[in-house]
Design a protein around this ligand. Sequence first.
Ligand code: ADE
Length: 224
Amino acid sequence: MRIEVLTLFPEMFDSLKVGILGKAQEKGLFTLNTTNIRDYSLDKHKKVDDTPFGGGAGMVMTPQPLHDSINAVDKDHKCLRIYLSPKGETLSQNLVQKLAKEENLMFVCGNYEGIDQRIIDLDIDMELSIGDYVLTGGEMAAMVAINAVSRYIDGVLGNQESTSEESFSNGLLEYPQYTHPQVFEGMEVPEVLLSGNHQNIAKWRYEKQLEITKERRPDLLGDK
Ligand code: ADE
């Protein structure tokens, strides 16, 4: 998979060079390229924003640097071009898995009060939100999406960290985990986990998943 990021702050994406995602890039499992939108500004001061027509607070990113950078990086429109915005479709594990099937993804990050609508109409395939709250820019949202999507690229996670037994993988929240020591601050590990009876362990874990999901996220069970 090739991931392109268009941003005014490429250095923010350095945080994706460490840990599991850093290793995956070293192994060539996916590539992550960042492009500074400002480099494409034809303005003599490299300006990328202006005041909104109709008035109102803040600044809006102008179309020219965005249009030119998007189409320079993705000349033949091979990327699914995603603009991060609180107005977009909300990211879910389902959507993460769909995005992970794409070969080329582009994340366009807006700042200030957003970008000129004509760029969304002309150059963007979908708008994506990471939740009902507002960030100062799209960068953090792009990083969240890239992190979640790259976990589904073949080879990124070892068996140890597989996606098969985690929250949402069977539509439920994850069961509680315990490790050594067996007693900590007087609190014991549930006995069934020490029993070695895999059928009983699986049953206990499934019941815990149901219990936690019912308590915290009844919407996932279809109960509102
Ligand atoms: N930009 C600002 N807030 C955002 C959000 N919640 N999701 C995606 N992009 C954003």
